[in-house]
Design a protein around this ligand. Sequence first.
Ligand code: PGA
Length: 241
Amino acid sequence: MKIHVVEDYRQLSLKAATLVAGQVNMKPNAVLGLATGSTPEGMYSELVRLFHAGAVDFSEVVTFNLDEYVGLDSSHPQSYHYYMHHHLFNHVNIPAGNIHIPSGNAADMAAFCREYDQKIAAAGGIDLQILGIGVNGHIGFNEPGESLSVGTHLIELSRETIEANSRFFDSADEVPRQAVTMGMGSIMKARRILLLASGKSKAKAIRETVCGRVTPQVPASFLQLHRRAILIVDREAASLL
Ligand code: PGA
């Protein structure tokens, strides 16, 4: 793992966007694995700025999002479909047909998950996977547990995740209990991984990710086994390293 400690959230966002733009400039038809949550918002807004400045062109880029809540309509403001269009897709030139986000409403979820993995493989795999990290060490919605799944799958959200994400909803009761997430295998197969973490609330998860045992109880700890995993963390998130 390569760890970059930066001063603050703004520096984290700028550095992450520079890395993503560099990937696209190096390989215009790059396959990007994308994350949602509050952490990558600054990176997306900087990518939009770079696009408008003519510094990056997304016209051949293919994207696969990590996860989506089950049961929210794609027009729901807290759905990850809505988030991605709001923060990135409505502002850059990624062709609509190149965008993939897991469906939280598929009639046959098992078939949908299989097809999602097949589409990632057919696109040639992920060149650069962006990740946030949960306070409990989850990546995507791969929650801590006895074991982890390889492929895209349906999961029950943990109590910590429901609590952490309730800040986006009127109350914890409104947070969906289930989600669809890319599995650990799909993430680990990415050629490069970029994990972003900002703020004190992530310090413990970052310490366990970097210094702890590799264990399904801390899904992000598996990144210790990846050859090209990069962490960009701000001072607060790095404060327990
Ligand atoms: P956050 O979420 O960026 O909103 O903190 C990260 C995550 O839960 O993976």
